[in-house]
Design a protein around this ligand. Structure first.
Ligand code: HEC
Length: 241
């Protein structure tokens, strides 16, 4: 997931290059040679922007296909913004290359495109980097299970076995229980013996794991439908791997 965020940062940089190269051409008086150079930069950068867009789209679609999960509200907004970018990009190119009577709209379309691209970044990679790297994740949703951890007896065999079943059915697709290797999500072996959770870096506590299950950081689907008992089973099992 992090690699996607890095590509997204390159994408964001290309948005700024596109904006400022055009601002230099249209927004102030520059010598003709400079204008030519900025135009070239703008065009070349446009190709990079498009390629990065395709790579990111591919990675996102691959993720959706693999996980077959219903997108969250944030993911839906993100996709809508991303689709509007490609529509505007094609409008813009067609106004320049073919439907030149519409040329006067190109500036407006360009600026809208930049704004939407920045918003697209913010609703995904921006969010992810903020919550995972800067660690400033403030939960708005109240955790109703705060008490679980204190009352827990993690060694109840019955709980562990049920937790194992749950894990196999609901988590193992994305999380390896036998290693710390990242597949779609981080490998969870030895999770409860660590000090910090692998992505958010929050302390390893039952509450923080349950928080991740109810309000995941980013790409993990929410398991807010699990009952308190099931959450307890899952934690009991995680404690054994
Ligand atoms: C569709 C894939 C997917 C499924 C299914 C899934 N996870 Fe995750 N999980 C992720 C991803 C991706 C992350 C990285 C953080 C994020 O994107 O939310 C993650 C992160 C985590 C973390 C680390 C959170 C942190 O704060 O660092 C824990 C713990 C976790 N998952 C537990 C589970 C458990 C338990 C289940 C089953 C009930 C589960 N996950 C199901 C994809 C998944």
């Amino acid at each position: 997931m992090l690699i996607k965020s890095y590509i997204a940062i390159l994408f964001l940089i290309s948005v700024f290059v596109a904006m400022f190269s055009m601002f230099e051409v249209l927004g102030r008086k520059n010598s003709e040679t400079k204008v030519l150079i900025y135009r070239k930069i703008h065009r070349f950068n446009g190709v990079i922007f498009f390629v990065l867009y395709l790579v990111l789209t591919y990675l996102c679609l691959e993720f959706i296909v693999k996980t077959k999960t219903e997108p969250s509200a944030r993911a839906s907004l993100h996709s809508l913004l991303a689709i509007s970018i490609i529509i505007l990009l094609f409008l813009k190119i067609s106004f320049i290359k073919r439907y030149t009577e519409f040329f006067k709209y190109v500036k407006g379309v360009g600026i809208t495109l930049s704004v939407l691209a920045i918003l697209t970044f913010s609703t995904s990679a921006g969010f992810y980097l903020l919550v995972s790297e800067l660690g400033a994740f403030n939960l708005t949703q109240k955790i109703t299970t705060e008490t679980i951890a204190s009352q827990f007896d993690l060694s109840q065999e019955r709980n562990i076995l049920r937790g194992k079943d749950l894990f196999t059915n609901k988590c193992s697709f994305c999380h390896d229980a036998n290693s710390k290797n990242y597949s779609i999500g981080p490998g969870l072996k030895g999770l409860m013996k660590e000090k910090h959770l692998p992505v958010s870096k929050k302390p390893v506590t039952a509450e923080n794991i349950i928080t991740q299950l109810k309000t995941p950081l980013k790409d993990m689907p929410s398991f807010s439908y699990l009952s308190e008992e099931e959450l307890k089973d899952l934690i009991s099992y995680l404690n054994t791997i």
